[in-house]
Design a protein around this ligand. Structure first.
Ligand SMILES: [Zn+2]
Length: 314
């Protein structure tokens, strides 16, 4: 999966992506977000761009030679060992099937292209062909890309088929890397917070299982059983994807509202009261980014109470 960290800072930047041989120009932040999601499809070759947003390589051009795990330099070999040790000692073995399948055939690419020109991409893992590059030769970046590898089955990367649940997948990937290697650096901070909230609602073990077994449907089913309909859940996942591309605070506020409903619904089902975990409440409060949080909270509680009493009535 691709990282657009630098691009994220500029909300009106153009993405360019090849689709059926044509470059699509996708204005981000201008209201055509549903189109921009296709830019992340695993099925379409993606591109690397320079700082004037010109395409300099397609992924296929970039990975032009065959690639080999022996390309790993000493530093990256050390990182790989460190990663594998942590993974084996912390993640249940039944979830490491993808890792064991992929690691021996991993095609690793050194920075042998003119990578200084590339903007917004610090590492890359190609799910379909099991190819990886660590552009910044950075410890954290290779851990993140290795986690993508450990959770990919050739079609799915974590929760995502490349078209949907990309934001959730990036969030969980980074959450796990941070959990295994708790140093200061963290990418996708809001996505990670969203994962922490979902962990508290659905349970850490279940989400880990869904991630490593590429079971988005399982995750969706659990969310539906707690709150709302298929449509609500699809909407939540889509909003997280849109936020992942744009870093737009307005979208984050919408996500916060939905998550608040999930939390209160979950809590009411558990204990029939309205107390959610203080840390989670603070996460959501910070995401909501609006002075009227208390009002929102009251409305959510009322909505849930009403819908519950309605159910009893029926
Ligand atoms: Zn990633």
């Amino acid at each position: 999966m691709k990282h657009y960290k630098l691009i994220h800072k500029n909300k009106n930047v153009e993405y360019k992506n090849y689709k059926n041989g044509n470059i699509l120009k996708l204005k981000i932040g201008l209201g055509i977000l549903s189109v921009s999601l296709t830019a992340f499809s695993i099925a379409n070759p993606e591109v690397f761009i320079d700082n004037t947003q010109n395409v300099i390589y397609t992924v296929n051009e970039f990975f032009s030679d065959s690639g080999n795990i022996e390309n790993l330099d000493t530093t990256n070999q050390e990182y790989l060992k460190e990663f594998e040790n942590k993974l084996y000692s912390n993640i249940p073995s039944q979830y490491l099937k993808n890792y064991n399948n992929n690691i021996n055939n991993l095609k690793y690419y050194n920075n042998n292209n003119d990578l200084n020109k590339i903007v917004g991409t610090s590492g890359y893992y190609d799910v379909k062909t099991n190819r990886m590059v660590n552009i910044l030769s950075n410890r954290h970046v290779i851990f993140h890309e290795l986690m993508h590898m450990a959770s990919s089955n050739g079609k799915y990367c974590g929760f995502s088929n490349g078209k949907t649940a990309i934001g959730l997948t990036e969030g969980y990937t980074e959450y796990l890397v941070k959990f295994l290697f708790p140093d200061k650096y963290i990418g996708y901070p809001k996505e990670v917070q969203i994962i922490k909230i979902l962990n508290s609602i659905i349970g850490e073990e279940k989400i880990m299982q869904y991630y490593f077994t590429n079971n988005l449907e399982g995750l969706k089913k659990d969310l539906i059983s707690i709150y709302g309909t298929q449509k609500d859940v699809d909407n939540l996942i889509k909003l997280i994807d849109n936020y992942n591309i744009t870093n737009d605070d307005k979208i984050l506020s919408e996500i916060a509202q939905l998550l608040l409903k999930y939390c209160y619904s979950h809590q009411q089902k558990q204990e029939s009261n309205f107390e959610i975990d203080t840390n989670i409440r603070i996460f959501i409060y910070n995401m909501y980014n609006n002075d009227n949080f208390n009002e929102l909270e009251e409305n959510v509680k009322e909505e849930i109470t009403n819908s519950n009493s309605q159910k009893k009535f029926n």
